[in-house]
Design a protein around this ligand. Structure first.
Ligand SMILES: NC(=O)C1=CN([C@@H]2O[C@H](COP(=O)(O)OP(=O)(O)OC[C@H]3O[C@@H](n4cnc5c(N)ncnc54)[C@H](O)[C@@H]3O)[C@@H](O)[C@H]2O)[C@H](O)CC1
Ligand SMILES: [K+]
Length: 506
C-alpha cells in the first residue's frame, strides 16, 4: 500500500474532483458519510454524550458533516468550532450552514482558554480540528484544549489524523497532539503513524478507502510503501518443479565467538529454514562442534581462531555472505571481517558487530559491494550515522547514507523500515514478543537466504523483514509474546510462507 504525503493527498483530492466531475463538497459528504457509518455501526444509537471538535479547514468540515449525520440519527451531539483563524475553508462554511439547518443553532465557538468545555470520561470526543493541513505546532489555548481532552479519559476518535500530528515532517517537540483511541484515516495511513516517537498518537487506526482517483494513486511516487501480506505475496517467488539445491544458493554465515556461538546457530538455522539450497557456518573453531550437533543441515568451516575469528579462508566459490552476528570487534575480528568483505563481488548482508566494525572503520565501506544490506538496530544505527532528534531525521539520515554508499538499510524496530536511496518500505508484520535476544540474528539468516535464492537484494530485505515478522506473529499465537524465543521465530518461517496464500485470511 502506498503511503502518500500530505501534499500528494491534496493533489489526489484535486485529481479526484476533476476525474469524477464532483465538487469538493460532494467529496466531503462522501468521506463524512463513510466515517459516520463506521461510528454508527459501533455506537448503534447509544445515547452517549458526543463532543465533536472542529477546526476551520476541511478537517473541521468533515467534523461538521459527521456532526450533522449523527444529530440526524438521534445522537446526543455537542459541536464546537475552534475559532483560531478567520480563514475558514469553503467546505467548512458549507457544512457550518448545514449543521445550523438541522439544529437551528450555530455550533459553539471556542476562542480562548476560558471557552474550553469540561470533558467527562463518559464523553466520546470526535477530533476534527486539524488533518493533513497542519502547518505549524499547536500552542496556546488550543494546546490546553488538546491536553484537557487527553487527560479527560474520554474515548477519542480522530478524523484523518490525530490533530497536532504532522504527517510526513519531523514532529516539533513543543507541539500539542491529540492522543486518539482510534483514528479513521483517509486513503492511506500517514508516515508518522509508523514511527516510534509519533506512532502511538493514533491509537488503533483504520484506513478508509474514500474513492480517490485510482489513476492518480497508481501513478503517484510514494513517500513509502507499507508492506502488507498482499505486498509480500507479490514478492514471493515459487520454486520450479525441475530444480535442485544448487538453484537456491549457498549462504555463508560468518558469525559467533566464544559465548556467542548461538548467534551463528540462529542465523544459519534461519537461513536453512528459509529455503537456501545450502548453508555453511564460518565460525571460530570453538563453535564447530556446537554447530554440527545443533543443526545437522548446516555445514561448517572452522576458522583458525579458537575463541574468535581471526582470518577468512574458504574454498567455496559462490555464496552469499552473511556476516556479523556475535563476532565481536577486536582487531583480529576486524581484519578477518575486512578480508571477507574485500573478497566479495556480489551483495552481502552485514549485521550486528559487522555494523559496529563498519561504524568504527568507515573506510571499509568502500569494499562493501553495491546493494549490500545492513540490518542495524537503533544502537548500531546511531554508531553508524550519529544521533538524530526525531524519527523523521533518522529516516533522512538513513536515506542519505544509503544514497552515499549504495547500500540497503533495514532499520529494525516495531515497524522495521527498509531504506534504499529515497525509497522506504515499512514492514507491517511482527509483534513486541520479537524484542528478544537473537531475533536480529534470525532476521539476518532469513534475508541472506532470500538473497541466495536470487531475490533482488532490496526485495530480499523487504520480503525477509515481512516473513520474519509474520513468523513471530504466528509463533505468538502459540507461545504468547513472552514465550517467544528467537529460535522459535525461525521455526515458523514455513508457516509464515504458507499463510501468505491461505484463503481464509484474505
Ligand atoms: N484528499 C483527502 O484525503 C481529503 C481530505 N479531506 C479532509 O481535509 C483535511 C485537510 O484539510 P485542509 O483544509 O487542507 O487542512 P486542515 O483542516 O487540516 O487545517 C488547515 C487549517 O488549519 C490552519 N492551521 C494549520 N496548523 C495550525 C496550527 N498549528 N494552529 C492553528 N491553525 C493551524 C491552516 O492555516 C488552515 O487554515 C484532511 O485531513 C481531511 O480531513 C476532505 O474532506 C476530502 C478529501
Ligand atoms: K483530526
Amino acid at each position: 500500500m502506498k503511503i502518500l504525503t500530505a501534499a500528494q493527498l491534496a493533489e489526489a483530492d484535486q485529481a479526484t474532483l476533476k476525474s469524477q466531475n464532483i465538487s469538493s463538497t460532494d467529496l466531503m459528504e462522501r468521506v463524512s458519510t463513510l466515517v459516520f457509518n463506521k461510528i454508527h455501526e459501533r455506537l448503534n444509537g447509544a445515547p452517549v454524550p458526543v463532543k465533536i471538535f472542529c477546526g476551520i479547514g476541511n478537517n473541521g468540515g468533515d467534523g461538521l458533516a459527521i456532526a450533522r449525520h449523527m444529530i440526524q440519527h438521534g445522537y446526543h451531539v455537542t459541536t464546537y468550532v475552534t475559532n483560531c483563524s478567520k480563514k475558514r475553508s469553503k467546505d467548512f462554511l458549507v457544512n457550518y450552514d448545514k449543521v445550523k439547518e438541522v439544529t437551528k443553532d450555530w455550533p459553539i465557538l471556542l476562542d480562548c482558554e476560558e471557552d474550553i468545555p469540561e470533558i467527562s470520561p463518559k464523553d466520546i470526543v470526535i477530533d476534527a480540528i486539524f488533518g493533513i493541513g497542519l502547518n505549524r505546532p499547536v500552542k496556546g489555548w488550543m494546546a490546553s484544549l488538546f491536553n484537557r481532552t487527553n487527560d479527560s479519559g474520554a474515548f477519542t476518535v480522530s478524523i484523518d489524523m490525530p490533530s497536532g500530528l504532522f504527517s510526513d515532517t519531523a514532529q516539533p517537540a513543543d507541539s500539542a497532539v491529540i492522543q486518539a483511541d482510534h483514528t479513521f484515516t483517509f486513503n492511506s495511513p500517514k508516515l508518522s503513524f509508523f514511527l516510534e516517537d509519533t506512532g502511538n498518537y493514533t491509537g488503533t487506526f483504520e484506513v478508509l478507502n474514500i474513492g480517490l482517483d485510482p489513476t492518480f494513486i497508481h501513478q503517484a511516487d510514494p513517500a513509502a510503501m507499507l508492506i502488507t501480506r498482499e505486498s509480500a505475496q507479490n514478492i514471493y517467488r515459487p520454486r520450479k518443479k525441475f530444480s535442485h539445491k544448487g538453484d537456491y544458493g549457498h549462504v555463508l554465515v560468518m558469525a559467533g565467538s566464544k559465548g556467542k556461538i548461538g548467534a551463528a546457530v540462529l542465523a544459519s538455522t534461519a537461513a536453512i529454514n528459509s529455503g537456501a539450497g545450502k548453508v555453511t557456518a564460518y565460525v571460530p573453531s570453538c563453535g564447530n562442534d556446537i554447530l554440527q550437533s545443533s543443526v545437522p543441515e548446516v555445514m561448517t568451516i572452522a576458522d583458525s581462531g579458537v575463541d574468535q575469528l581471526n582470518d577468512f579462508k574458504t574454498e567455496l566459490e559462490k555464496y552469499i555472505l552473511c556476516v556479523g552476528p556475535g563476532i565481536g570487534t577486536s582487531d583480529e575480528v576486524v581484519s578477518a571481517f575486512a578480508k571477507a568483505i574485500k573478497l566479495q563481488s556480489s551483495p552481502v548482508l552485514i549485521d550486528a558487530d559487522g555494523i559496529n566494525i563498519l561504524a568504527a572503520n568507515i573506510e571499509l565501506l568502500k569494499d562493501v559491494p553495491a546493494k549490500s544490506i545492513l540490518t542495524p538496530h537503533d544502537g548500531e544505527l546511531e554508531r553508524l550515522l550519529g544521533g538524530w532528534d526525531s524519527s523523521m531525521e533518522r529516516l533522512d539520515k538513513a536515506r542519505e547514507f544509503s544514497m552515499q554508499h549504495d547500500v540497503i538499510l533495514v532499520l529494525k524496530g516495531a515497524h522495521s523500515i527498509t531504506v534504499y536511496k529515497d525509497h522506504m518500505y515499512i514492514n507491517d508484520s511482527g509483534n513486541a514478543g520479537m524484542a528478544t535476544a537473537g531475533s536480529g540474528d534470525v532476521l539476518s539468516g532469513i534475508i541472506s537466504s532470500f538473497m541466495a535464492q536470487s531475490y533482488d537484494p532490496l526485495m530480499a530485505a523487504v520480503f525477509g523483514a515481512y516473513i520474519h515478522g509474520a513468523s513471530g506473529d504466528i509463533a505468538a499465537q502459540t507461545y504468547a509474546h513472552e514465550g517467544l524465543r528467537a529460535g522459535i521465530i525461525s521455526n515458523f518461517v514455513g508457516p509464515a510462507i504458507l499463510q501468505l496464500f491461505r484463503q481464509e485470511n484474505k
